[in-house]
Design a protein around this ligand. Structure first.
Ligand code: BG6
Length: 496
């Protein structure tokens, strides 16, 4: 593990949506838990005349207590102060290569202030169009300096990683010319969620489950990621993106890989990525003739009004049926669905157990399944049948439930805290590799192309509802159904 002391984090897009919603609150969390490394500095890059005060206001809002009574919280104030003291904002136009002198000077000054070379971590949440200019300039030696054992420069890259297979490949080629693979950290923050990290431990540390994690015992795999929020004013970003690119191509295929990959020979970053890449390479998108049968695209009803794009065909909902062409998973339907403006925020993975071979009905007519609840109510539940106590000879459905809600922060830590912490210490396990990104595009692109050609109708669904009816029909065609809401209720009392 590389040393993490004396690091400077340069944030491109410090006033952008991602920085506001995820990165700055994560920095606050790390500061509050005393997890920021010794001698830590932050440079915020902005071209809007942003001041330190603006950033501190964002932090204050993000960390504000829920109740208005008793607002004094010395730890909160100390954490915000710590960030304020570490922060310096510089004004520059990142699209102009001749404006980077100020950044290089500020970095050099930070080295002088520290009396030693500072490790450099660049967080890039920038529009795809600016990517080539920004990375080409950052690659130059006044900014991208590395001396083994003395100083590292690392680059944290936010999604979207390309818009399709060809643009992702072009990006990879371009980055490959300027940076070493060890310098690049492609963020997929779902991988850093505590419960996603637990998937491999759970699968491979428990003989009870390890032995039945295959097509002989599992009839279906269901992955749901529903969000209550709509696109929240992010039209410019989202209308070119859609649910398929935004969630499926990245987060949900990554989760699927964790749930279905083979056991790595060694539980380290290299071996885990190798198995994940191997699994992703075997996932088959629907063939063109089956696109309408195996994919669903939807849009929430107020989307066009909200964005002012009356003919937008952007998918705010996507559902699909994939297959994995391996000995372990052949013929097990994998159903994925995600959408915005739905009834609930929930991400979960459910494995439905088969009685015998895939496709056969459960003998009890009831569901025997295991659910990995990624968020909220993080935990694991097993649904099974027991004889109902009493004089009637009936069977009832019960649930074994482990809920993380009993754990204190920072154990259930926010994913972006983990992303930053791991990038600072140089651990790439929870980041995506080039090959993983490309495989995810290979799987997604045929679906995107078919949708673009209107081979699958766009279904509209009511805001706050369960999503388009087509998703239920899709599950029915695959011989199953999405699980009822009651399935995901954690019975552990809410702590706060
Ligand atoms: C991001 C997407 O990657 O993930 C957003 O771009 C989405 O559209 C977000 O809202 C969801 O993340 P989380 O951690 O809130 O589930």
């Amino acid at each position: 593990m590389h040393r993490i002391a004396h690091s400077i984090l340069v944030i491109f897009g410090i006033t952008g949506d991602l920085a506001k919603r995820k990165l700055l609150p994560a920095l606050y969390g790390l500061a509050r838990e005393n997890l920021l490394p010794e001698g830590f500095r932050i440079i915020g890059v902005s071209r809007r005349g942003t001041t330190n005060r603006d950033i501190l206001d964002i932090l204050e809002k993000a960390s504000a207590p829920e109740s208005t009574e008793n607002t004094s919280d010395p730890e909160r104030e100390a954490a915000i102060r710590r960030i304020g003291n570490a922060l310096r904002i510089i004004d520059m136009d990142i699209g102009k290569t001749d404006s980077y002198g100020v950044l290089a000077d500020t970095l050099a000054q930070a080295d002088r202030d520290a009396g030693r070379p500072m490790n450099r971590l660049f967080y890039l949440a920038i529009p795809a169009s600016l990517f080539p200019t920004v990375t080409a300039r950052l690659a130059e030696p006044d900014i991208n300096t590395r001396e083994t054992g003395v100083r590292e420069s690392r680059f944290l890259i936010e999604k979207p990683f390309g818009q399709d297979l060809a643009s992702a490949q072009a990006l990879i080629d371009q980055l490959g010319q300027s940076f070493d693979e060890a310098q690049l950290f492609r963020i997929d923050h779902y991988l850093a969620k505590e419960t996603a990290q637990n998937i491999l431990a759970f699968r491979f540390q428990n003989p009870l489950f390890r032995g039945i994690w295959n097509r002989k015992h599992i009839s279906h795999i269901l992955i749901t990621a529903s969000e209550k929020i709509g696109i929240e004013g992010r039209t410019a970003f989202y209308d070119h993106m859609g649910a398929m690119r935004d969630l499926v191509q990245s987060h949900l295929l990554q989760l699927l890989a964790l749930v279905t990959m083979d056991e790595p020979a060694v539980m380290d970053s290299r071996h885990i990525h190798r198995e994940k890449e191997a699994l992703l390479s075997r996932i088959q998108p629907p063939t063109l003739d089956k696109m309408a049968e195996r994919t669903v695209r939807g849009q929430y009803r107020s989307y066009r009004d909200e964005t002012g794009i009356p003919d937008s065909k952007t998918d705010t909902y996507a559902a699909l049926w994939l297959e994995i062409d391996t000995e372990t998973w052949r013929d097990v339907p994998v159903l994925i669905r995600t959408g915005k403006a739905l009834a609930r925020k929930v991400t979960e993975i459910t494995l439905i157990f088969a009685d015998e071979a895939p496709g056969s009905a459960n003998r009890t007519g009831r569901r025997n399944c295991l659910t990995l609840r990624i968020q909220p109510d993080e935990g694991i539940a097993v649904d099974f049948a027991i004889r109902k106590p009493g004089f009637e000879d009936t069977v009832e459905q019960v649930q074994l439930d482990y809920c993380y809600r009993g754990l204190e922060e920072p154990v259930r830590s926010d994913a972006y805290r983990r992303v930053l912490f791991d990038a600072l210490r140089g651990d790439a396990t929870l980041f995506a590799t080039d090959r993983e990104v490309l495989e995810c595009w290979r799987i997604s692109e045929p679906v995107l192309n078919a949708w673009k050609e209107d081979r699958v109708p766009l279904e509209f669904y009511d805001n706050g509802a369960a999503g388009p009816a087509g998703a239920d029909e899709l599950a029915g065609r695959a011989g199953t159904e999405w699980l009822p809401e009651t399935h995901t209720v954690c019975r552990f009392p809410q702590r706060r």
